[in-house]
Ligand binder design. Structure first.
Ligand code: NAG
Length: 353
């Protein structure tokens, strides 16, 4: 740490302390004040360490002080969650720890559910795995081990989780069908797919993405139409080279984890969830229990299921927040919960065919 930075740190701590103690203190109170000053100083250095770890810089000291306050609130929540000793997963001050809820929501999620009447009309379609017997399926499934999952990607500051979720499901199906694992283009969906609810970085829906890919006759490869992380105009020449195609898509019957398991036993499946709540946003490791609501605002991909060492059943899900999030970019979420599932995962799953 440079000398000037050290001085700034001390200043920040000092100003926090003055703000907290504007009145004269009795001697006995002083000990408490010293203790809280030490806690404040520890948080400042934890924030600095976190900044270095995540390569974060701020425009000025005012911005840094503002971010420290957000970081402090998030870190305190995360610490108390981890210290409670009653949760089956741990949280971490990951790279989203200095963002407000609004900033996080705007940039990192992006699932846009269809208005209710249309969503209702979408159910009741064909489900090709309705007669699939789970008794015949393996006790655990991991499509990564079968070479049907590409490396974890990062949507960056673009609310296009829907594109990453749909692409991962198509990549899996394409591998199962053709024997070749090809990384496919999310950017083509962001730029060219203005189908239904799909609006690039402003959000979208996997079913509409599948429909777009079906109608276009396929999707370009990641290398042919690379990810930019912002809304661009459709590059038809890049999009013209089709790397994989699908015939359509189907929805998994709602709120039915047995049906979801039948589907996941056969192919990776797109899943909408609540990704805004802290239990998911700051997920680090373990089996995510149920400390989240079921409003759908994020999308990921189910690439397997299994049973943890302690006997808890889980879904294995691929996220699009880079490899530093969760378990190398993946999350395990509790399986076999009635109704909508943990974080609403059973509400709206679908897959390409
Ligand atoms: C499932 O089995 C029923 C009864 O045999 C049959 O009518 C139905 O078409 C089957 N569904 C599928 C998707 O094959």
């Amino acid at each position: 740490m440079s000398v000037s930075r050290f001085v700034l740190t001390v200043l920040v701590v000092a100003s926090v302390c003055t703000a907290a103690a504007p009145r004269a203190l009795a001697v006995r109170e002083l000990a408490g004040e010293e203790e809280s000053a030490a806690v404040a100083a520890a948080m400042v250095s934890r924030h600095e360490k976190w900044m270095a770890e995540h390569g974060r810089t701020y425009t000025d000291e005012a911005e840094k002080a503002r971010r420290l306050e957000i970081f402090r609130a998030n870190a305190e929540f995360i610490d108390s969650f981890n210290d409670a000793g009653k949760h089956s997963h741990r949280l971490a001050t990951n790279r989203f720890a200095d963002l407000t809820d609004e900033e996080f929501r705007a940039a990192r999620t992006g699932f846009r559910p269809r208005p209710a009447p249309a969503a209702a009309a979408g159910s009741g379609g064909r489900f090709r795995y309705e007669n699939f017997s789970l008794a015949d399926a393996a006790q655990s499934v991991d499509w990564r081990a079968m070479g049907a999952v590409t490396g974890v990607k990062d949507q960056g500051e673009c609310g296009c989780c829907w594109a990453f979720s749909a692409v991962a499901a198509v990549e899996g199906l394409n591998k199962i069908r053709t024997g070749r694992l090809v990384s496919l283009s999310e950017q083509e969906l962001v730029d060219c797919d203005v189908n239904g609810e799909d609006q690039g970085c402003e959000g979208g829906l996997m079913d509409d993405a599948f429909q777009f890919i079906e109608r276009r006759g396929g999707l370009a490869s990641e290398s042919g139409y690379p990810y930019q992380g912002d809304d661009g105009s459709c590059r038809s020449s890049a999009a013209a080279a089709r790397a994989a195609s699908i015939r359509g898509h189907e929805d998994v019957p709602r709120n039915n984890e047995a049906a979801l398991a039948a589907a996941v036993a056969n192919q990776p499946v797109s899943v909408a969830i609540n990704g805004e709540d802290y239990a998911f946003r700051f997920y680090d490791s373990g089996v995510l229990g149920g400390e989240c609501g079921t409003d759908l605002n994020h999308a990921i991909t189910a690439v397997g299921y299994g049973t943890a060492a302690d006997g808890s059943k889980y879904w294995l899900m691929k996220n699009s927040w880079g490899t530093s999030w969760g378990e190398g970019g993946y999350v395990r979420i509790r399986r076999g919960v009635r109704g909508e599932g943990v974080c609403g995962l059973a509400k709206l799953p679908s897959y390409p065919v």
